[in-house]
Design a protein around this ligand. Structure first.
Ligand code: NAI
Ligand code: 15L
Length: 272
């Protein structure tokens, strides 16, 4: 795959979840680097610009997703429920949805998928542990379980059909770290772009799992097993530290949200 930034280099890319927080960032950033950027979401999106196609559909609609992937070389799969929610909702968007994406990829010969996984696949590791992507999953809820399903599904589609995937266990990707926890988990939008572009352009990725984080001084994740991606974060949460620590000067070390990497996700649910 050519990688020159001067010419369209990413080929024909499908971006799901294009109306979401990260989708809107990546849509702007990938546009102009692709020969075609097809963007999709279940909700309405901004109209297509030059070099774009806009397709509104639900991930759980198998026929629509089959059509959605037609002609695509790669997929950046961000679409789905992005927080802890009742299981029946998560099943539709994140479990049936990701299955539909991989089945469509198999049928259309898609080469590579960047799957937006989440740190909540390993949210029940503690904040005093440093873990790496080879360690067993410890999901912290329905949402984390659905992302672990996507990681396992993608491994199967690589082993059986050779479809490469980079599962990016995104930490907290927002304009700024919002609280003390995010000093460890923050992924800037510029670093998100770097990581997605590295995942799309690395010559060979097989099935890779990487944590999506900036070059934060405090970290719970060791990305050494994913260094072959060539991702080198250039931002850090450190400039935000003083303000976030001042806003939360006391940490209750008996609070599960302070003990576990999941943070406040450990308090969500049950829903019935
Ligand atoms: P978001 O919630 O803003 O965007 C998700 C998009 O998926 C929305 O536009 C939504 O309409 C769409 N969607 C939901 N259900 C759908 C369905 N059934 N069919 C089609 N589209 C559907 O989330 P955000 O922050 O942009 O995250 C993008 C991806 O990255 C998500 O998969 C999320 O789980 C993952 N992620 C994000 C993190 C972050 O810090 N922003 C952290 C970890 C993972
Ligand atoms: C996620 O997976 C969510 O999508 C996002 O909204 C944040 O809550 C993030 O994790 C986090 O852990 O901070």
């Amino acid at each position: 795959m050519p990688t020159s930034a001067a010419s369209p280099s990413l080929g024909r890319v499908l971006l799901t979840g294009a109306a979401g927080g990260l989708g809107r960032q990546l849509r702007t950033r990938l546009r102009g680097r692709t020969t075609l950027l097809r963007v999709s979401d279940v909700v309405a999106m901004d109209p297509a610009q030059e070099g774009e196609e806009v397709v509104q559909c639900a991930l759980e609609d198998r026929a629509a997703v089959l059509k959605l992937l037609e002609g695509m070389a790669t997929v950046v799969h961000l679409g789905g429920i992005s927080t802890e929610q009742p299981f029946d909702d998560i099943v539709q968007a994140n479990i049936i949805g990701v299955y539909n994406v991989y089945e469509a990829a198999r049928k259309h010969g898609v080469r590579r998928i960047v799957f937006a996984s989440s740190n909540h696949v390993t949210g029940y590791y503690r904040q005093d542990e440093v873990i790496d992507p080879t360690m067993p999953v410890r999901p912290d809820g329905h949402y984390g379980i659905s992302k672990a399903f996507g990681e396992n599904l993608s491994r199967f589609y690589f082993d059986r059909y050779g479809i490469e995937t980079v599962c990016v266990r995104i930490g907290s990707s927002f304009p700024e770290p919002k609280d003390r926890r995010m000093l460890a988990t923050w992924l800037s939008f510029d670093d998100l772009e770097r990581l997605v572009v590295a995942s799309l352009t690395a010559p060979i990725v097989g099935h890779t799992i990487a944590y999506g984080m900036s070059d934060n001084t405090t970290t719970w994740w060791d990305n050494t097993p994913a260094r072959h991606l060539g991702y080198r974060p250039q931002d850090s949460s450190e400039p935000f530290r003083a303000a976030r620590e001042a806003a939360q000067p006391v940490v209750d070390v008996t609070d599960p949200a302070a003990i576990y990497q999941a943070g406040g996700f450990v308090r969500m649910g049950p829903f019935e």
